[in-house]
Design a binder for this molecule. Sequence first.
Ligand SMILES: NC(=O)c1ccc[n+]([C@@H]2O[C@H](COP(=O)([O-])OP(=O)(O)OC[C@H]3O[C@@H](n4cnc5c(N)ncnc54)[C@H](O)[C@@H]3O)[C@@H](O)[C@H]2O)c1
Length: 347
Amino acid sequence: MLEQEFVHEQLKVFRDPETGVTGAIGIHSTALGPAMGGLRLFAYPGLEEAIVDVLRLSRAMSFKSAAAGLDLGGGKAVLVDDGRWNGARHERMRVVGRAIEELEGRYVTAEDVGTTPLDMDAIGEVTRHVAGASPSHGGSGDPSPFTARTVFASIEGAARVRLGRPSLEGLRVGVQGVGNVGSALVRLLSAAGAEVSVTDADPARAEVLVEQLGVVAQPLDGFALREFDVFAPCALGGAIGPAEAAGLTAAIVAGAANNPLSDREVARSLAERDILYVPDFIANCGGIIHVGAEVLTLAEQEVEDLLAAAGDRSEHILLRARETGRLPLEVAEEYALARIDAAVSAS
Ligand SMILES: NC(=O)c1ccc[n+]([C@@H]2O[C@H](COP(=O)([O-])OP(=O)(O)OC[C@H]3O[C@@H](n4cnc5c(N)ncnc54)[C@H](O)[C@@H]3O)[C@@H](O)[C@H]2O)c1
């Protein structure tokens, strides 16, 4: 199946006249299973921008789940933050839950940027098509530590492929953004003996890690261009544009952030400079494995196997890219599409 032909199955735009809740749900593919992906609450300038984002993000979820070996499709939901969520949040999340319920299980939501397990609890009052609720509500809770695990495994794999290093001992790693995933990643890196530098738009978050782990905090400006072996973008998307691609000293880029490259051309620029980029959806798949396990009712050992396989898969994709002279991004997309394609053919 050609990627260009691989269009979205459904787009649902909703606006609740009573509460003013405005959002969109994108179902990119249900070929492998129910479309799954988080609920993002963000201050989009308007509905149009939110729709563009939900189409992009739901497509990325198809690739992520397929590559992770999950029988899940790709979906996503976005909400326009109109500044009126405080106070009315619980009721508003129930409105979102009703919009999800109308899709009759074709889309399953979870936590994402701007939403929390508590929001999933509220949504869970009106639909069962939700994962990642708080453990007290029977959910699996925060997926971030699991995302950090697969990012860490991807960095290990990339270090073997690109630097011939069997461990991360002594490797200089710069982590941009030390929120839920970034901070968990820093702990894993420190335990593995890496020399970790961190930065965050909220300096207090970096300071905690400096005090607890003895990592080095650096200013935000120019962080990506400092002397690192590995640059790990773990804040928001778009951290690496043409300027960063031209100036990075790191040999490896691997992090948690979705869409860390400003556009596809940047992937080519990085490869031309022999910088190994681990595609975002390959590195950060631990979170979807964790919440997806809830939906697919996977046993603990199955989850562990999927998490462990993520590191090997990452290395396999990087090696295949090197052998064939193609971009890791292209090889990773082809890998995911092959699984989706097989499911379409079998149906
Ligand atoms: N949480 C997960 O399990 C998961 C799974 C897959 C992908 N991701 C992606 O990983 C990234 C991080 O997720 P998270 O859950 O840790 O989010 P988070 O909000 O907990 O952390 C993000 C951190 O980045 C900081 N930040 C924002 N802009 C910055 C900038 N310009 N420079 C440096 N720091 C900046 C914030 O202050 C915050 O501490 C996001 O892009 C998210 O979409 C997360």
